[in-house]
Write a protein that binds this ligand. Sequence first.
Ligand code: TYM
Length: 330
Amino acid sequence: KKRIFSGVQPSGNLTIGNYLGAIKNWIPMQDEFECLYCVVDLHTLTVRQKPAELRQRSLNLLALYMACGLDPKKSTLFIQSHVSAHAELAWILNCYTYIGELNRMTQFKDKSQKHSDNINAGLYTYPVLMAADILLYQTDLVPIGQDQKQHLEITRDIAERFNGIYGDTFVVPEAYIPKIGAKIMSLQEPEKKMSKSDENENAYVFLLDSEDAIMRKFKRAVTDSEREIRYDVEKKPGISNLISIYSATTNKSISEIEKEFEGKSYGDLKEVVGQSVVETLKPVQQKYNEYSANKDYLNAILKENADKAAYIARKTLSKVYRKVGLVPRG
Ligand code: TYM
């Protein structure tokens, strides 16, 4: 069976971008592949976090994973910091990653502009920890949104470099990026990616937003001065984004949607897309409320799943330690 690994940072509330670009695609993979889905808490430390909030958000993210349809009986759902091999492999891989490669990472450039008062070494080596996450499990396929593509490429480069020096050690993973939904744009500035940390709260829709908030945000979505409902990312980024969201939530094709809205107004489109998002999120929100209330259950899952993940991770780490010349502990 092919192995799948992916993760989300517990750095804030999740948006429909995280859902449509990533988590939604993780669900069907559970029946076909061996899947590990991680709450990547170590990555969030690259930006200052409030400790009590981070702790809460990590547990809540597990509840949300399950509410979205991830099943701890089918998949390994765990928290990154519970498996120490992530940090240990990251150190080794740091020594096989060139600073020239890290200098080219666009997410580092963006984040260091945004957090210019705290450009720490962790922010810089963030992609190496991500490579460790993936390579530890001999992952074949990594389902992610468009913005993580560059990080997957550097992961492949690191794996190939290491394999080139020491012989086959890591599976070289491939990205799985969905055709629709891989880049959900801001509802306010549709040339920009939808992000949970946008200052304008009308720019994003959270998975846990109320029906009223969702409808209001779609009604206020920025479009253009024409009237025609047509998919054209260059000329009509706002309308194209709404069409993408509708397509990703209903599985209707772009051309079906264009036909459905022939002669209709932008207002009609916003209403229908808003409703479709509300309907998609309703069951997720209901289940989330059940799961997040049951902390003992969540903690039990985390313990069992961390043990499973650690077992696989340890095998890879031992192999790597041996190959680079570290003395095994007797
Ligand atoms: P993060 O937490 O920023 O986002 C989680 C996932 O959501 C996708 N995504 C989007 N997809 C479509 N449209 C958007 N507007 C949008 N915004 C976010 C992201 O592409 C991602 O798939 N570095 C990663 C977390 C990570 C990871 C890993 C992922 C750490 N280790 C190993 C895969 C494998 C991140 O910050 O994702």
